[in-house]
Design a protein around this ligand. Structure first.
Ligand SMILES: Nc1ncnc2c1ncn2[C@@H]1O[C@H](COP(=O)(O)OP(=O)(O)OP(=O)(O)O)[C@@H](O)[C@H]1O
Ligand SMILES: [Mg+2]
Length: 297
């Protein structure tokens, strides 16, 4: 099936990849693209260095849902607060809630428990697409998660199962089971891998693709090869150090794209490095490029 159609039909998309490759800008661009195609989109940002609002030129979220443009919303998520919300929701008795939230054991457990924060973020995304959002956005069609670069991308996806394996019963265990099943459903959940065409990011992307296959028996929906140096027209090229550097970078890009192609033959969008400052103009240009590339891939 056409990959754009596939992306359009999903309820949750995780954008992942090595640090600094352009995950945030691709998240914003994918959001713009799907919103332009009629989907109501909510972008989740977990990184404490909020920057999606700059890319979309809105005020910072400060934890609230912000409407950036027609059908496009963003929210900064603090996993710790989601976990506290979960306790509130599941325990319901106020006195008990306050005691649990204030207790050092709770802090200690939730800080250290592997997979809990990630599961809480997925849990919130699931609640949103199932129609339990606040009045500003009751029900987005799709949530796009700008996954933090900490750890390996796959550890995010493995988190709910990890929690489900450890906490077998009770509301948290149940939640983790539900999320795990959601992440296993390819008609609802997708992964977009962002990489630059350089050795280490490609290495990590290949590992990620292999891990997705090995652990989840699935592929990403698309790979975005970002910030590529465009080819230089040999006839016009100056013979100066800047041009030489450019040519070197371009040569690395070509080699690494070939390496990527040996392991990934699925949908690929090549996005050039653009001489545009981070902001809506860059996001719009990248969105158009991704759309054109995925349409023909
Ligand atoms: N194709 C591109 N053309 C021009 N600038 C780009 C492009 N892709 C990314 N950038 C710029 O490169 C920088 C890094 O991109 P971005 O913040 O999206 O990466 P990231 O993967 O989210 O990083 P981190 O892992 O630190 O969160 C930003 O300033 C962004 O605007
Ligand atoms: Mg980022």
């Amino acid at each position: 099936m056409d990959v754009l159609r596939r992306l359009e039909g999903l309820e949750l998309i995780v954008v992942t990849g090595k640090g600094g490759v352009g995950k945030s800008v691709v998240t914003a661009s994918l959001g713009r693209l799907l919103a332009a195609r009629g989907r109501k989109v909510l972008l989740f940002e977990v990184d404490p260095r909020e920057n999606l609002h700059q890319l979309l030129d809105t005020q910072p979220s400060g934890g609230e849902i912000i409407n950036a443009s027609p059908r496009l919303y963003l929210q900064h998520i603090e996993p710790r607060e989601l976990i506290d919300d979960l306790v509130r929701e599941k325990l319901k008795v106020n006195l008990l809630v306050n005691r649990v939230l204030a207790s050092p054991v709770h802090r200690h457990f939730t800080e250290g428990a592997p997979g809990l924060k990630e599961s809480a973020v997925f849990g919130r995304a699931l609640r949103m697409v199932e129609g339990h959002g606040p009045s500003i956005l009751r029900r987005p069609d799709v949530v796009i998660l700008d996954a933090p670069a900490t750890g390996h991308g796959v550890s995010w996806l493995a988190a709910p199962q990890l929690v489900a394996d450890v906490v077998r019963s009770g509301p948290i265990g149940h939640m983790a089971e539900v999320i795990s099943a959601f992440l296993g459903d390819r008609s609802r959940f997708g992964v977009v891998v962002v990489t630059t065409a350089e050795e280490m990011p490609v290495e990590e992307s290949l590992e990620l693709i292999a891990a997705l296959d090995g652990r989840f028996g699935r592929e990403p929906e698309a790979v975005i090869a970002n910030a590529l140096y465009p080819a230089i027209d040999a006839a016009e090229a100056e013979d100066d150090p800047a041009t030489a550097l450019w040519r070197d970078r371009r040569a690395i890009n070509v080699t690494q794209l070939e390496r990527l192609a040996t392991a990934w033959t699925g949908p690929l969008a090549e996005v050039p490095l653009m001489a545009i400052d981070p902001g809506p103009a860059l996001v719009g240009a990248i969105a158009r490029r991704i759309e054109a590339q995925l349409r023909s891939s």
